[in-house]
Design a protein around this ligand. Structure first.
Ligand code: NAP
Ligand code: MG
Length: 523
């Protein structure tokens, strides 16, 4: 374990991993399996708490594997956590920002130290392959570091303003809001729980984290990292349980001052609307779904385009908010593009994602598995399935396996051109004029990520000028629409994909966890 702890990965080393990385990960998978079946608590006011009811977390890799038993948090548990967080707020927000940053840097380092343990468990918890899981863990640590740096670089956003005379001393400061709720999704259980929770804590808020019911274990590991780094009692609280009870109680609670939600459009819009019913406006950072398009020009390098689309459509089984789900390809090059995309897709191994050779694992849960079958039936009825379109039996495993699926000739008015499927399914159509492709690409409620392939600079500029999305990629073979890292790509959605217009992992993020105060003092 101590050698494992010293091993560090970065955005670039993950692309060409060291053999030791594989060895440490394999050992950690064995350890994770040896720990199946434990009972995990809630964490409220610095104490572990057990609820009246628990739920079993089954691995989608193999449903026979019960990874742990988690608590069904109640309304009372939420009320107690909010009270604890409210009581802890004055001391935490009153500390010098340097102390908060020091504690949070320590939390980031603990996450990095526990990389393999957390990554192996995450693979089993949600079906992520090893590099994706390790990337998610390390990204969590880097998001926290990024926001520590942002506060440190900007003197915690304490700036001098103009003054009317020598007697006037005018400043602008940013101050935290109070109790902050973080509601996270299943697909990036590290980064999208620890990233927002970390930002809220660094800014001086106190936090209640409610993770997705599918991914309580990664969130528990984060809780341990915050606790072990010295985050004081009540400053960070962890509650598992259903969205309808725990989530809804949080958003209804008058003492919750702000919220970060990452998840589906429907739940996100419901939270925005509910939160607006309070006595006064409160911030909601909502990061929601995507229906991300890629346009392939006739001037594209088709090898790059096919590789980029394959990786973005099927990575993490199509369950990234940034997954490529629609492809518009110029009619002149469509046949060649399709044959390249098919060749690459045929080479994908689907199976136990902890095995090195398997690039795709299972889909997240029963609902997703059933959705896949329903969507495939609808797509088969209206269009042509040119690859996949079937669930898969993997020997020795009872899990939710689905084949990567490519659909052609789907009528352009079909609902699945607009509905986020969140599964390994991509629909492809041709176009004659780039302007028509742009109109189709933009004709959805979402605007999260988008990809373009063309070797022509003028076309690239035209695309950048007209596409409606928050995260853009041009000619990116490693992912047409996916892949972001704090400091390298800012990540946030436009339109129905995000509520704030500001992205994570970039210049304007952590400020959203604070409100501005102008202070004028006259001698
Ligand atoms: P989800 O079903 O919307 O759930 C997200 C979270 O909300 C979960 O913790 C869920 O709890 C909770 N929740 C459900 N109902 C609630 C309610 N009434 N009040 C408060 N909380 C409630 O999303 P998901 O299936 O986990 O994640 C997939 C979605 O997330 C996709 O749409 C994807 O595009 C989006 N996503 C967006 C981004 C981005 O950055 N824009 C990133 C990742 C994912 P339970 O699990 O207990 O139901
Ligand atoms: Mg869900």
């Amino acid at each position: 374990m101590s050698e494992r702890k010293k091993f560090k990965v970065t955005y670039s080393t993950l692309a060409s991993p060291d053999p030791l990385l594989h060895q440490y990960y394999d050992e950690a998978v064995a350890d994770a399996k040896a720990n199946f079946g434990k009972i995990y608590p809630l964490f409220i006011n610095g104490e572990e708490r057990f609820a009246a009811k628990t739920f079993a977390k089954h691995s989608p890799v193999n449903l026979d594997w019960v990874m742990g038993h988690f608590q069904y948090g109640s309304e009372q548990d939420v009320n107690d956590a909010v009270a604890a967080a409210k009581a802890a707020f004055p001391a935490w927000s009153g500390r010098p920002w340097q102390e908060r940053v020091e504690i949070m840097r320590k939390a980031a380092d603990l996450i990095s130290d526990r990389l393999f343990e957390m990554g192996a468990n995450m693979s089993l918890e949600i079906g992520k392959n090893r590099l994706e899981a390790l990337g998610d863990v390390e990204e969590t640590a880097d998001l926290i570091r990024y926001n520590c740096d942002a506060v440190a670089k900007n003197n915690n956003f304490n700036f001098q303003l103009l003054s009317e005379s020598e007697k006037h001393h005018n400043r602008s400061v940013l101050k935290p809001y109070g109790v902050w709720a973080v509601i996270s999704p299943f697909n990036f259980p590290g980064a999208l729980a620890g990233g927002p929770a970390g930002a809220a804590l660094i800014a001086g808020n106190t936090v209640i984290l409610k993770p997705a019911t599918d991914t309580p274990l990664t969130a528990w590991f984060l809780t341990e990292c915050f606790r072990d780094a010295g985050v004081p009692a009540g400053v960070f609280n962890f509650i598992t349980g259903s969205g309808r009870v725990v989530g809804q109680t949080l958003i209804d609670h008058p003492d919750v001052a702000g919220i970060t939600f990452t998840g589906s459009y429907d739940v996100g819009m419901h939270i925005i609307r509910t939160f607006a019913q309070g006595r006064y406006p409160r911030p909601v950072i909502a990061e929601m779904g995507g229906k991300n398009p890629t346009i392939v020009s006739k001037k594209a390098d088709l090898d790059k385009a096919a590789m980029g689309v394959m990786r973005s459509a099927f990575g993490l089984q199509g369950q990234k908010c940034s997954a490529c789900s629609r492809v518009y390809v110029h009619a002149d090059v469509k046949e060649t593009f399709m044959s390249k995309l098919l060749d690459l897709t045929r080479q994908i191994n689907v199976g136990d994602p902890t095995i090195k050779e398997n690039w795709m694992g299972p889909v997240a849960n029963k609902g997703a598995f059933e959705d896949y079958q329903k969507f495939v039936a609808d797509l088969r009825a209206a269009g042509e399935i040119v690859h996949g379109g079937e669930t898969l039996q993997i020997e020795g495993l009872d899990g939710y396996y689905a084949a990567p699926t490519i659909v052609d000739h789907l009528p352009l008015d079909h609902y699945l051109w607009k509905h986020e499927m969140f599964l390994p399914i991509v629909t492809v159509t041709d176009f004659e004029e780039l302007d028509d492709a742009m109109a189709m690409a933009n004709d959805v409620e979402y605007g999260l990520t988008a990809g373009f392939f063309s070797e022509d600079d003028a076309e690239v500029q035209w695309w950048l000028d007209n596409i409606e999305a928050g995260v853009l990629y041009v000619n990116r073979a490693s992912g047409a629409t996916t892949g972001a890292w704090p400091g390298y790509q800012s990540f946030g959605g436009w339109k129905g994909s995000g509520s704030t217009g500001k992205a994570a992992g970039s210049f304007y993020y952590i400020q959203q966890y604070m409100h501005e105060q102008s202070q004028t003092i006259v001698d």
